[in-house]
Write a protein that binds this ligand. Structure first.
Ligand SMILES: Nc1ncnc2c1ncn2[C@@H]1O[C@H](COP(=O)(O)OP(=O)(O)OP(=O)(O)O)[C@@H](O)[C@H]1O
Ligand SMILES: [Mg+2]
Length: 313
C-alpha cells in the first residue's frame, strides 16, 4: 500500500477535493483505496456522502486508540473505503498531549492494513499540528495541492520545512513527490509565474538529500471548474456528479499519473536520466539548474517550528 498525505496548511487550496476525486478515480480503475479523513471539519466524510453528525467514531477513535483502523473504515463505493471524521477530532490534540508516541499512532494503525489496500490518501486539516504530524509519520509521500497565487510560495516553504523535520526525526521514508496546482487558470499570467517560481525553487534541491529533492509539479493541473465546487454538496464525487467536465477529466489524469509513478521503474538502460522523463513537463526539465543546497538553505529562512508540546521525539 502506498500512503499519500495530502497536505497544505493553507485552507481552501483543494486538499479534500483532491483526496475525494483522486481516490474515487483510482477505485474506479479497480484499485483498492482507503481514504482517511483527518480533518475535524469532516469535509471528506461529507463529500463522500456521509452525514458527519451521525458518525460516532472514525479517525478520532483510531487516534485515541479506542478502536482499530479496520473496525472503523466504511465501504463507501466499490473499492473505496473511508475512515470518517467527526467533530470529536478537535479534541484529539489536547487529549493526546501526554501520550508517549502520539505522533505515530496513525502510522501504527494503518500499517496493520497495508496488505489490504493499494493506496491510502490522508486528507489533512489546514494546520501543522498533531493531526498533520500523524499523517506525515504514516505517509510514504506527500502530495501538496497548491493554489498558484502570490502568497503561495511563502506558505509552501514553511510546509517543506515541517516535512523535512518529520523526515529527519520520525519518518526517514517520507518524500514530497508532487505539487498539484489546483484551481488553475492558464489564461492568467500570475499562476504561470508562480509555477515557474516553484519549479526554480524545486530545481535547487535536485541532488540534495532533502525530503523534496524529487518533488515536481504534476504535469496535469486541476483547472478551476464550478462542477468541482458543486459536487460535495450532493455528497458525490465529480465522476458521479458530472462525468463530462474539466474537473472529472483533470482528476482522472491526476489519478492515472499517480498510479503510473507507483509502477516499478524500467530497467536502468531504458530509464531516462533525471530531468529527462517524458512524463514531466518540459518547462520543469528545461530549466534544471545545478543543485545548490546553500542557496536552498538561505531561501528557507522563515517558517514555523514545532511548538514545545508537539516536538517530535
Ligand atoms: N478546481 C476547482 N475549481 C473550483 N472549485 C474548487 C476546485 N477545487 C476545489 N474547489 C472548491 O474550493 C473549496 C475549497 O476546496 P477544498 O475543500 O478541497 O480545499 P481544502 O484545502 O480541503 O480546504 P480546507 O483547508 O478547509 O480543508 C471547496 O468549496 C471546493 O469545492
Ligand atoms: Mg479540506
Amino acid at each position: 500500500m502506498k500512503v499519500i498525505a495530502v497536505l497544505n496548511q493553507k485552507g481552501g487550496v483543494g486538499k479534500t477535493t483532491t483526496v475525494a476525486n483522486t481516490a474515487a478515480a483510482l477505485a474506479a480503475m479497480g484499485l483498492k483505496v482507503v481514504a482517511v479523513d483527518l480533518d475535524p471539519q469532516s469535509h471528506l466524510t461529507i463529500h463522500l456522502g456521509l452525514d458527519a453528525e451521525t458518525i460516532e467514531s472514525g479517525s478520532y477513535k483510531v487516534l485515541t486508540q479506542s478502536a482499530k483502523f479496520q473496525e472503523e473504515i466504511l465501504l463507501v463505493r466499490p473499492n473505496l473505503w473511508l475512515l470518517p471524521a467527526n467533530i470529536n477530532l478537535v479534541g484529539a490534540e489536547s487529549e493526546l498531549v501526554s501520550v508517549v508516541g502520539r505522533e505515530t499512532i496513525l502510522r501504527e494503525a494503518i500499517q496493520k492494513v497495508e496488505d489490504k489496500f493499494d493506496y491510502s490518501f490522508i486528507d489533512c486539516p489546514p494546520s501543522l499540528g498533531l493531526l498533520a504530524l500523524n499523517a506525515l509519520a504514516a505517509a510514504d509521500e506527500v502530495l501538496i495541492p497548491l493554489q498558484p497565487h502570490f502568497l503561495a510560495l511563502q506558505g509552501f516553504v514553511k510546509l517543506l520545512q515541517t516535512i523535512e523535520l518529520v523526515n529527519k526525526r520520525i519518518n526517514p521514508n517520507l518524500k514530497v513527490k508532487g505539487i498539484l496546482l489546483c484551481m488553475f487558470d492558464s489564461r492568467a499570467s500570475l499562476p504561470n509565474e508562480v509555477k515557474v517560481d516553484i519549479e526554480q525553487f524545486l530545481n535547487n534541491a535536485r541532488g540534495t538529500n532533502c525530503a523534496w529533492s524529487q518533488a515536481r509539479i504534476l504535469p496535469v493541473h486541476v483547472r478551476r471548474n464550478i462542477r468541482l465546487a458543486e459536487a460535495p454538496s450532493y455528497g458525490k464525487t465529480i465522476f458521479e456528479y458530472e462525468q463530462n467536465c474539466h474537473g472529472a477529466e483533470d482528476y482522472k489524469k491526476v489519478a492515472e499519473f499517480i498510479h503510473s509513478q507507483s509502477q516499478p521503474a524500467p530497467p536502468p538502460d531504458t530509464q531516462p536520466a533525471d530531468g529527462e522523463n517524458a512524463d514531466q513537463p518540459s518547462a520543469t526539465t528545461d530549466s534544471l539548474s545545478q543543485p545548490d543546497p546553500q542557496t536552498l538553505q538561505s531561501q528557507i529562512t522563515t517558517g514555523r517550528s514545532w511548538p514545545e508540546s508537539q516536538q517530535p521525539k
